[in-house]
Design a protein around this ligand. Sequence first.
Ligand code: IPD
Ligand code: CA
Length: 266
Amino acid sequence: MISNEQLRQLCIDIACEAGDFAHRSRLGLGPGARAAHDTKSSAVDPVTEFDRATEMLVFDRLRASRPDDSIVGEEGSNHRGSTDLTWHIDPIDGTVNFVYDLPLWSTSIGVLQHGEPIAGAIYVPVIGDMYSAASGVGAFVNGTPISASSATDTTTSLLATGFSYHIGDERQLQADRIARVLPAVRDIRRSGSAAVDLAAVAAGRVDAYFEPHINSWDIAAGVVLVREAGGVITAFDGSMLDVPAPKGVVAAGRGLHRTVVHLVGD
Ligand code: IPD
Ligand code: CA
């Protein structure tokens, strides 16, 4: 049987190859040149040929090294295997940043056993940061152990968030929430990649992250990172997180999580 540590190494190897492939492709377009894209769930939700090609690369590598596992990918990859392991792939998390040539996008690969993430890697190629974790092994950036924030006071905390592509009423709700939360904290960051936000929570680079609508591939690797870094991650209302079918998340250091759930809740 493959160990959690071996799964972590596999996540790192494939995320590195895939992220570097996407990065080379982006460099080929030239600085600031918009990457051509189609749209997905709404007019503001882009997908490029590079999202699809990078997912294909990850899919092929996983099929070659773990032929009996299941796979779910953001761009539609689907394989139903026979083991209790399911891989959740986000080839380019932060596609809007990728399209505009902003640096914060990542390749995120997480593996779940019976619905719970046990290993994952989030690679930010432009910055060169490889975040990884496995249950019982720890959380790391570029091989160095990391831990979530020890902050307890929201008024001096830095919070990250994201805005889903549900346009219309949902955008107004997001704006209302920000108007309520911003005066109560140090500041808010919107990186453009949920996986980068979760990696930042794990590394203590932000104190907390919240987003009310999210998908399994955005968070599969980040969940194990946050937990192994000593942080807490739950559904948006503070209840137990269903990683394969999440309804939003709140992730934070242990001393802050409950307060953030109350602060951002409706
Ligand atoms: C999106 C990013 C963004 C988050 C959205 C996600 P994508 O993923 O993670 O930060 O706010 O909810 O859908 O489309 O760039 O892979
Ligand atoms: Ca994503």
